[in-house]
Design a protein around this ligand. Structure first.
Ligand code: GCU
Length: 424
């Protein structure tokens, strides 16, 4: 089955940089330092969380609030004026194996404002509503799949102009066929439709719709670009929920790198999502911030790098990570009791694959409290070994991104966790 999947993202690993944005980068385990992680099962008032009710009613909302305040920023609910143009309401695709649907989602009453194209395939021979993998991508929908029927969108180019998709960068493709064969639908959106991925992009994305009169920047605890992309994914799910061919209670998110951070935050925030596969999410995603290895908050939020992806408060912790009220073990814990697979690469040093494993381990007590099994091992597994249960960890041999064979592991995980069938 692996041969069926194209490489999704570039997996070449350059030599790890020794310094980024003038800040040294540590790759020496001996210099990682000692740290104490925040306890997922201890309330801010010091009391222990000993039952599921206290987790759901007190500790979980408390942790979400801390991430909003200090890392991703607060985001609004669904917009008051959203509209849909189902311009391709159902066309056979992939030799009749799928039904394709394309819809433009307008995020406000102003049709010249931000809008997102949603591409959906459902297995043609499904007997009931299908589970679905929702991908958030660096490239336009038309360059993600081999289907000439997909509308060519536009993308942001390196000069921050919108250009036809063909002229933009295309980072690999997804082969939808093995997903369809496993009974899964597939959907994809282009992240730049929701919010641009560059400093100064604010006026052109959804965040601009919510600025108060006279406000030019989000407040220090208001959303950065990652929370905006995440909000867009929730809007995609709002729409998928209306489609009777889709089992909206079994929608799985997939994203890589900054979009791995995005899908983690989306699963944490919006519990309608059934499961998440986060690829190489690294710092600001599943890698522990307190562990000084590879990228740190200081690198991520340095001027000229990615401060716009987070709320302004996040940058404060670059020099004092010990005072960061949360860490990645808590972000991972917010997925509990739902399935989460962390996919990393053993030479993706910048993203700290071991730090992602340790975060998963640190979230195990929450999975256990809620009656599920987490990674349940103290040993960081070697490359090529899937460990865990409802919370899984998999590191391929190689660098940043998802490799063709990783998709086999994803399907294995999803079949085990979401109970979809092998073959229609
Ligand atoms: C940079 C950044 C990472 C991010 C990655 C990506 O390397 O430092 O935090 O995950 O870009 O999105 O590819």
């Amino acid at each position: 089955m692996a041969a069926g999947f194209a490489v999704y993202t570039v997996a070449q690993t350059p030599a790890p940089p020794k310094e980024v944005a003038g800040i040294p980068v540590n790759y020496d385990e001996a210099l990682v330092g000692h740290y104490t992680l925040p306890d997922p099962l201890q309330l801010a008032n010091g009391k222990k969380v000993g039952d599921a009710k206290t987790w759901y009613q007190k500790r979980r909302p408390e942790i979400v609030d801390l991430f909003e305040e200090n890392q991703l920023g607060r985001s609004p609910g669904p917009p008051a004026h959203i509209s849909y143009d189902a311009f391709d309401p159902g066309t056979p695709a992939f030799d009749g194996k799928a039904i394709r649907k394309q819809t433009t989602i307008y995020f406000s009453g102003d049709k010249t404002g931000p809008k997102m194209d949603l591409l959906v395939y459902v297995p043609a021979n499904a007997r009931g509503p299908s589970p679905l993998l929702l991908n958030i991508s660096f490239s336009a929908n038309s360059t993600i799949v081999d289907d000439p029927g997909v509308k060519e969108g536009t993308v942001w180019d390196k000069d921050h102009k919108r250009v036809p998709a063909q002229q933009g960068r295309a980072i690999g493709k997804v082969d939808v066929l093995p997903l369809l064969a496993a009974g899964f639908g597939f959907a994809t959106v282009y992240y730049g439709d929701i919010e641009p991925d560059f400093e100064g992009g604010l006026p052109y994305g959804v965040r601009a719709l919510y600025l108060k009169p006279g406000q030019t920047q989000p407040a220090p605890d208001e959303w950065g670009a990652i929370a905006a992309w995440s909000w867009g994914l929730s809007r995609a799910l709002d729409y998928l929920e209306k489609d009777s061919k889709i089992d909206a209670k079994r929608v799985v998110l997939y994203g890589a790198s900054r979009l791995g951070k995005t899908v983690l935050w989306t699963g944490a925030r919006d519990t309608r999502f059934a499961a998440v596969i986060a690829c190489c999410s690294g710092e600001g995603g599943a890698a522990l911030s307190r562990r000084n290895y590879g990228e740190t908050i200081a690198h991520l939020t340095a001027p000229g790098r990615f401060p716009y992806q987070f709320c302004a408060n996040y940058g404060k912790f670059g020099q004092r990570v010990d005072q960061f009220p949360v860490d990645a073990n808590l972000l991972v814990a917010l997925m509990a009791p739902r399935p989460l697979l962390l996919q990393t690469g053993d030479t993706d040093y910048w993203s700290d694959p071991k730090g992602e494993f340790l975060a998963a381990q640190g979230a195990d007590p929450v999975y256990a409290l809620l009656g599920k099994q987490g990674v349940e091992t103290n040993e960081w597994p070697p490359a090529g070994t899937l460990v865990g249960h409802t919370l899984g960890y998999y590191m391929h041999a190689g660098g940043h991104g998802t490799l063709p064979a990783d998709w086999n592991v994803f399907l294995q995980f999803l079949k085990a966790q979401l109970g979809c069938r092998d073959r229609p």
